[in-house]
Design a protein around this ligand. Structure first.
Ligand SMILES: Cc1cc2nc3c(=O)[nH]c(=O)nc-3n(C[C@H](O)[C@H](O)[C@H](O)COP(=O)(O)OP(=O)(O)OC[C@H]3O[C@@H](n4cnc5c(N)ncnc54)[C@H](O)[C@@H]3O)c2cc1C
Length: 415
């Protein structure tokens, strides 16, 4: 089949590979080219241990403190509140215990499949050297929060995720620079990260090109799905591009394309920030999550990255770089003497659904269009597993992961 993939971020380029495996003719269309969006600047984690949606008791516990601090880990721009209100209502509904339990199962299903799916994909492409197996560390600065996290670690262990709880001295043994204010930690020895998100996405795009995929720079304005195929309406008078199947993989910008094939989805964006400083500046040897502070650090090949933050302000507002300075201030509380002056700052748009689950599945108006967007905090983690699901759907094979929880139709039945 002739298949057009809209979006050349980590989801689109990985989907391209899964489609090439089945012998399809693949064209990836992006308005800027590969790695132009969020996939270029994320933290690089394969977060296969995460099992909780954002709408979890853990996040709600911190929410009042976070929202009251204008530069805190989570913020909502007041002028954006009216547009965000429907998303927030669904977010609140996703916080019901029964919904958290179901959402958690669906997140775990994808995240548990993520590392094996990446290992298989990267080995087949000869790109395994991009994977770093240094484990992942979570640290707490609040003693009560650390004590409360024992329940989560027990659940993770029960799901087969190796996790070791650490006292402050054990944390310092693993990462001596975390010398101040640490109440405890959790070490995930099987945690992994990648070389650098931009280089990784570009390497996958190059490999897809080598396997015969075509990459086209064009903006897709809408989809016309019919009996015989799908027409991609290109912006700026670019004409109509015909395809047998279309995969919508354009991240935070997927909403209008999904609507053009019958799916009005509550996709919004959680904007995230980072700063990348010279390699070794932090003195940390593995990725670290600073629990309750909303940011992480990653020793990437291209530098040490400090990133995170959730800002609801839409796709058009300019970045507020003071958020990066606030993150650095919080990091200095646990790494004494850290004085970062220079670095490359970045802001990106997580494609976020209120229930923290991506939209993967056939469009309501046409089985010829398959959605693969809305991966929120986990697009890099979940891309390889998502790609296998999409390829199976294209060929009418049963997907490797039961697809119902991710269907766009979940938003048609109210909350
Ligand atoms: C600070 C931060 C840290 C993160 N850390 C991690 C992490 O450690 N691990 C993890 O798993 N995830 C992480 N994420 C999330 C992850 O980066 C995203 O989920 C992922 O990049 C989304 O990939 P995507 O391919 O869907 O979207 P994108 O990478 O945004 O790609 C979408 C592409 O579509 C194109 N496009 C948009 N509209 C159109 C159109 N109409 N026509 C043609 N092209 C179009 C854009 O140009 C873009 O290239 C992080 C995110 C942020 C912001």
């Amino acid at each position: 089949m002739r298949i057009a993939v809209v979006g050349a971020g980590i989801i689109g380029v990985t989907v391209a590979h899964a489609l090439l495996d089945d012998g399809h003719e693949v064209e990836v269309i992006d308005r800027e080219g590969p790695a132009a969006g969020t996939s270029a600047g994320n933290a690089g984690w394969i977060a296969h241990m995460d099992i909780l949606p954002l709408a979890s008791p853990k996040a709600w516990a911190h929410m009042p403190r976070w929202v009251l601090d204008p530069l805190g880990p989570l913020s909502i721009a007041p002028r954006y509140l009216p547009r965000l209100a429907p998303w927030l209502l669904r977010f609140a509904a996703a916080s019901r215990p029964s919904r958290i339990a179901a959402g958690s199962r669906a997140i775990h299903a994808l995240n548990a499949a993520s590392l094996p799916a990446w290992e298989k994909r990267l080995e087949a492409l000869g790109l395994g050297h991009h994977l770093r197996r240094k484990g992942i560390l979570s640290v707490w600065t609040d003693t009560a929060d650390f004590a409360a996290s024992a329940a989560l670690h027990a659940r993770q262990a029960a799901l087969g995720i190796p996790v070791e709880r650490l006292d402050p001295a054990m944390v310092r043994q693993l990462e001596p620079t975390l010398a101040k204010g640490i109440a405890g930690g959790a070490h995930y020895p099987t945690g992994a990260h990648i070389s650098d998100p931009r280089q990784f996405t570009e390497a996958l795009a190059d490999a897809a090109r080598d396997r015969g995929a075509r990459f086209t720079v064009a903006s897709v304005a809408g989809l016309d799905a019919g009996e015989a195929g799908v027409g991609l309406r290109l912006a700026d008078g670019g004409g109509i591009l015909p395809a047998d199947r279309v995969v919508v993989a354009c991240g935070a910008w997927a909403k209008p394309l999904a609507a053009s094939v019958g799916d009005r989805v509550p996709l919004d964006t959680e904007r995230g920030y980072n700063i990348t400083v010279a390699t070794g500046s932090l003195g940390l040897s593995r990725p670290v999550m600073y629990e309750g502070h909303g940011f992480v650090t990653t020793p990437l090949d291209t530098g040490d990255r400090i990133g995170g933050n959730v800002e609801f302000a839409g796709l058009d507002a300019p970045p507020n770089w003071a958020r990066v300075d606030a993150m650095l201030g919080r990091l200095e509380r646990v790494i004494p003497g850290l004085a970062i002056k220079d670095g490359t700052r970045w802001m990106g748009f997580r494609p976020s659904m209120p229930d923290s689950l991506p939209v993967i599945g056939r469009a309501t108006a046409s089985p010829r269009v398959i959605h693969a967007f809305g991966h929120g905090h986990y697009g890099l983690t979940q891309a390889a597993a998502t790609a296998e699901m999409v390829a199976a759907m294209v060929m009418d094979r049963p997907p490797p992961i039961a697809a119902e929880p991710y269907a766009a139709a979940r938003f048609k039945t109210g909350f």
